[in-house]
Write a protein that binds this ligand. Structure first.
Ligand code: MRU
Length: 348
């Protein structure tokens, strides 16, 4: 049986349709966006989130910006294109897929610059659709590779949400779980709640339950205990950026999970499409880490849980050094150590 998925980002007739991930699990509500400012806001506010989905939304969002751009000459068109591309690039700093997708759109614009601008706009729409459809294939392939690392009956812990709604389909870290389900395997998933925005509780638990996958929700500070009890045989997470040396930025708390996995001798796997690998960024220390509003911690989901005026540190991501990563699973295969030499080969 193949799993059915809700398409979290799509574009048709000048309308960007986004599943509002801030409303899940209470409501499955789709936003119909026609203005680039609303696409920027949807990315910033995490209405669309997860590295690949952010890239897809940015490519479609750019189409909204250039819809009415002048068609008199490529130069006139390009100045509007560039202004909006730079604007979307300010929405979130860490997931490299955002910049990757905007660069792909830019490359398409430059390659087809001799076309009449109205045709160039069509070519850019096709490119954005390609970014989406390729991600679907990439995620399925990552799932197939990752499936070779797990076995029927295993317990698997994941952090944040790297599932179908964070990508075009299947997800990255969750892809092997869907494929295992299709094979009839019994996998027991532990989903970290993922403080402070609860992507694990709200999104991963919801997604996996919809697919009929056995999922147990735990708060982040319970991961050590479930590992100590011997309930976890592998950790699989997604990521927002892989640096050239194999260091990986993912949702805040991932580094802690990697340390726990190491302490318990549990393999720690990172699922990463090539669109998330950034060879220009040398090490994890060079990855820009987004810091978000203090209110996400002091009054998350509308309830004050800390004193007014308390000092807050709220990084959205942390960096797991490469030495804690057992393997990085890509659509081109599985890398295990020696990332500095192996990662560039994926692009040859
Ligand atoms: O802040 P978010 O919810 O966008 O963070 C998402 C993550 O950290 C995911 O693990 C990552 O983007 C991979 S999604 C396939």
């Amino acid at each position: 049986m193949t799993t059915s998925f809700m398409q979290s980002v799509s574009y048709e007739n000048g309308v960007l349709k986004i599943l509002d991930q801030t409303k899940i699990p209470n409501l499955t509500e789709f936003l119909e966006i026609t203005k680039i400012e609303d696409a920027w806001d949807a990315i910033k506010q995490l209405k669309v989130r997860g590295a690949p989905a952010i890239g897809i939304a940015a490519a479609y969002g750019l189409l909204l910006g250039i819809k009415d751009a002048p068609e008199s000459s490529f130069e006139d068109f390009y100045s509007v294109f560039k202004k909006y591309s730079d604007y979307l690039a300010t929405s979130r700093p860490t997931a490299v897929n955002l910049f990757w997708a905007l660069k792909r759109m830019e490359d398409r614009a430059r390659t087809d610059k001799e076309l009449p601008v109205s045709n160039l706009k069509e070519a850019l729409e096709n490119e954005a659709h390609l970014i989406r459809s390729e991600d679907e294939d990439v995620c399925r392939t990552i799932g197939e590779h990752a499936l070779t690392l797990i076995k029927d009956g295993m317990g698997i812990l994941t952090h944040c949400n790297a599932g179908g709604i964070a990508t075009a389909r299947y997800g990255t870290a969750l892809a092997p779980l869907y494929l295992a389900k299709e094979k009839g395997w019994d996998i027991k998933v532990f989903a970290d709640e993922t403080r402070p925005l609860l992507q694990g509780a709200r999104l991963t638990a919801w997604e996996l339950m919809q697919a009929g996958i056995d999922v147990t929700l735990i708060t982040d500070n319970m991961a050590a205990m479930v590992m100590q009890k011997g309930w976890v045989q592998a950790v699989i997470v997604g990521c927002d950026r892989v640096a050239a040396n194999g260091d990986v930025a993912n949702k805040i708390g991932t580094y802690g999970v990697a340390l726990l996995a190491k302490a318990h001798n549990i393999p720690f796997y990172v699922a990463a499409p090539l669109s998330t690998i950034d060879l220009e960024t040398k090490t994890g220390g060079d990855i820009p880490i987004e810091e978000r509003d203090a209110a996400e911690i002091t009054e998350g989901f509308g309830k004050r849980t800390a004193p007014e005026g308390v000092k807050v540190f709220n990084p959205a991501f942390d960096v797991t050094p490469h030495e804690y990563i057992t393997a990085i699973i890509t659509e081109k295969g599985i890398l295990s150590g020696n990332y500095h030499e192996e990662l560039p080969k994926l692009f040859q």
